[in-house]
Design a protein around this ligand. Structure first.
Ligand code: ZN
Length: 759
């Protein structure tokens, strides 16, 4: 696996060459202007609300948004992403401010920025993809719940609680709930309702802006006596610098690590959350972390609040038609203009309206639909999500919010250790095999991104074989993500082959690929795979056999090595298995047996000529050898559905030119007398099994062992289509089910399958 070289230039060379040029172009200027102003409309109330919830001055929120907009737009790895203060960070930020003050927070944000910068420079961003989705969902929902509780006093118009701990807040609400102000409730409810409902109707409009503008106008017109934001200070820049305290250093360091983890996960989750069809989804996680790190450093020095990628503002940016990084820059300029021109108006925003917006955003973070999707796809994942949620909220309940975050991050670390994306070298040079297992659904996006990051590290012109035999479920978003992953890899010069996907899923995948490239990359067998990977030279079947033999030799595993070591000395099979030579009937696969367990006889129509037929001694020889020299205690005669030999016998279609076949099927000819005129090939195959059991009993050694109770005879019938086995029952004189049919589309089993490697 190739190692990535550190990005010492912070990605400047590549940014200059490819990314900054559109900034000065006239193309899309109008679109970027409209989108930037739209996002600024949403960013004003959100930044103010987040600042209030974080326990810093409202101005700090605006400055952070302005600075982050510029720095992240210039240095980030996602062109259309909007970064700034985020609701998801408020809980942790407020806790840090409460313990360490503003200067402590600035230091923590600085350290967080440096850590992000280092992660990006050393190209470690892809490891963040391994944070499991259920943990991210549980964490986000937990933060949402904490934000809702924290904002309730303000939304209800109660006096502010003395402490931010969830127990104090709940007790405070209980104590003062009688004093709730009707006007505050009306304003916050209106703000929350608009925030939640307007995007349904008008996704390209800044709902948060409308949600705050309406209550502000109402409060002004009706002369409501509701507390307002108050005038912004003349200089928004922080009046102090981060100080380096001697006490509480360890506590500051853990806070920095938590902030780093949360901000980085939030940021990278952004690209998975935004509609994959827009260019923002094509991103560079390392560059994004460099941008975020620089953004956090700048934010710490100017305003104080930490930043991360903001999902709703990014989505709004895309919806409003942004085309380049310029939209985020326009947003910052518009924000600055708002502060300078509309400062006094901002001061009249009722606090209850801002609280209402925060409650609505936090309620959306609870995301019950994602949780239900998780529950349908995998109960284990749903449990992980629930445990993370509980750890965060209970940790806060019992101790403080940092215990909660610590517990949630601990769960993430444990889960990361358990996940592995199986990318293994294959037998051909420069070829890797990727095994996907479990259900691939909307929740798998981060794993798909992790896989993409792994594949990026493979040799540039190599080939990738995707083995999807164990993919149990695929939903439309899963199919879309896979299709995009495959086409991306395919268009970047690597050859791909996809093998082992169920028929229904193949149709889904092909439907999700408008470019129509994937259909041609589907392979049913390993021979198809070889043909796809080396189309220029015709692969002869014997080469496929040799490649297979090489793979067998190289297949790892202590179990196999030990087995071969033991088998080198002698064989000690327990069963003589007599089956048809048909290529689809493979006794060892059928019975999951290892080498050394089955002595096999395979011929056309699983026939055992009666004892004493001197012209056909082969089968008799095997029977005699099995019972005399080996310690065989079972003989199975196994017929199967769709048997060509039986069809030939029934239709008496022993075509000219096959005298040997005609002669060989002679011991089965007695069947014709036993079967009704309208017998099917399946009837013939079953009756044939019974007939061959009778032939077996003509051998003296068989009769002797049967009489001594040392041998059992079994007649089996294998239905290829459904994979079912039935066995002949001597007492009831019929075939009875032995192993039930398994449905080929196993989507109904998906819920019970632990999602192992990938999803
Ligand atoms: Zn057959």
């Amino acid at each position: 696996m190739k190692r990535l070289r550190p990005r010492w230039d912070l990605g400047l060379r590549s940014l200059l060459r490819h990314e900054w040029r559109p900034l000065v172009s006239r193309d899309h200027l109008r679109a970027d202007l409209i989108a930037g102003v739209t996002v600024a409309c949403a960013a004003v109330p959100l930044s103010l609300a987040i600042a209030l919830a974080s326990g810093v001055t409202p101005g700090a929120g605006l400055v952070t948004a302005i600075v982050a907009g510029v720095v992240c737009a210039l240095f980030g790895g996602m062109p259309l992403a909007i970064s700034g203060p985020a609701v998801a960070m408020t809980v942790l930020t407020a806790a840090i401010v409460e313990t360490h003050g503003i200067s402590g927070l600035m230091l923590v944000v600085c350290v967080c920025g440096v850590l992000q910068l280092v992660t990006g420079v050393f190209r470690l961003g892809r490891f963040i993809w391994f944070v499991p989705v259920p943990v991210v969902l549980g964490l986000t929902a937990g933060i949402g719940a904490l934000v809702v509780v924290a904002q309730l006093p303000r939304a209800l118009g109660l006096p502010p609680p003395h402490a931010s701990h969830i127990v104090d807040v709940v007790r405070h609400i209980g104590q003062y709930v009688g004093d709730a102000e009707a006007s505050a409730i009306a304003l916050s409810a209106a703000a929350a309702a608009v925030t939640l409902l307007l995007p349904w109707w008008l996704p390209q409009a800044p709902a948060v802006f409308v949600a705050v503008a309406i209550p502000t106008l109402l409060a002004a017109i009706l002369h409501l006596d509701s507390p307002t934001l108050g005038a912004l200070p003349p200089s928004l820049l922080a009046s102090q610098l981060p100080t380096f305290p001697v006490e509480g250093l360890l506590s500051l360091l853990t806070a920095s690590l938590m902030l780093y983890a949360l901000a980085s996960v939030e940021t990278l989750f952004l690209s998975a959350a935004v509609d994959p069809r827009v260019p923002v989804a094509r991103h560079d996680p390392d560059q994004e972390l460099i941008g975020q790190g620089l953004g956090n450093l700048a934010a710490a020095l100017s305003g104080g609040l930490p930043i991360s990628g903001a999902i709703s503002r990014t989505a709004l940016n895309v919806q409003a038609g942004a085309r380049t990084r310029r939209a985020a820059l326009v947003q910052s300029v518009a924000l600055l203009a708002t502060v300078l021109v509309l400062g006094p108006v901002l001061g009249r925003i009722p606090l209850a309206a801002l609280a209402g917006v925060l409650v609505a955003v936090a309620l959306r973070m609870l995301n019950p639909r994602e949780f239900l999707g998780l529950l349908r796809a995998s109960r284990t994942d749903a449990a992980i999500c629930g445990v993370t949620f509980a750890a965060l909220v209970l940790g806060d309940l019992l101790f403080d919010v940092r215990t909660g975050f610590g517990a949630a991050f601990a769960i993430a670390v444990v889960r990361i250790v358990q996940i592995k994306v199986a990318v293994e070298p294959a037998d051909q040079p420069d070829t890797a095999r990727v095994v996907l297992r479990g259900s691939i659904t909307r929740q798998s996006s981060l794993y798909i991104e992790a896989l993409r990051a792994e594949v990026e590290l493979l040799p540039a012109r190599g080939a990738v074989i995707f083995e999807l035999h164990e993919v149990t479920a695929l939903d439309p978003s899963g199919a879309a993500m896979l299709a995009r992953l495959f086409t991306d890899i395919d268009t970047r010069g690597r050859t791909i082959a996809i093998v082992g996907l169920a028929e229904t899923h193949v149709a889904q995948l092909v439907a999700a690929d408008p470019g129509g490239r994937i259909a041609a990359r589907m392979a049913a067998t390993e021979t198809d795979v070889l043909r796809l990977l080396s189309p220029d030279h015709v692969t002869r079947p014997i080469e496929r056999l040799i490649a297979g033999a090489q793979r067998f030799q190289q297949s790892p595993g202590r179990r196999r090595r030990l087995l071969i070591e033991r088998l080198a000395k002698a064989q000690d099979p327990h069963t003589l298995f007599i089956s048809c030579a048909d290529s689809r009937v493979v006794p060892t696969l059928l019975t999951s047996t290892d080498p050394g367990e089955l002595l096999q006889v395979r011929n056309l129509g699983n026939i055992v000529p009666p004892s004493g037929d001197a012209a056909m001694p082969a089968e008799g020889a095997a029977v005699e050898y099995a019972l005399t020299r080996l310690r065989i205690t079972e003989i199975v005669v196994c017929g199967h559905s769709g048997c060509g030999a039986m069809t030939a016998l029934l239709t008496r279609d022993l075509a000219a030119g096959m005298p040997s076949v005609a002669e060989w099927l002679r011991p089965a000819a007695a069947l014709l007398a036993r079967l009704p005129a309208d017998a099917t090939p399946a009837d013939a195959a079953m009756a044939n099994v019974v007939l061959q059991l009778e032939h077996l009993r003509t051998y003296p050694i068989v009769r002797e062992r049967l009489a001594a109770g040392q041998l059992q005879l079994h007649g089996w019938y294998y239905d290829i289509g459904v994979g079912a086995l039935s066995a002949w029952d001597d007492d009831s004189e019929q075939f009875v089910a032995l192993v039930g049919a398994t449905p080929l589309s196993a989507s109904d089993l998906a819920a019970d399958v632990e999602r192992v490697d990938l999803a």
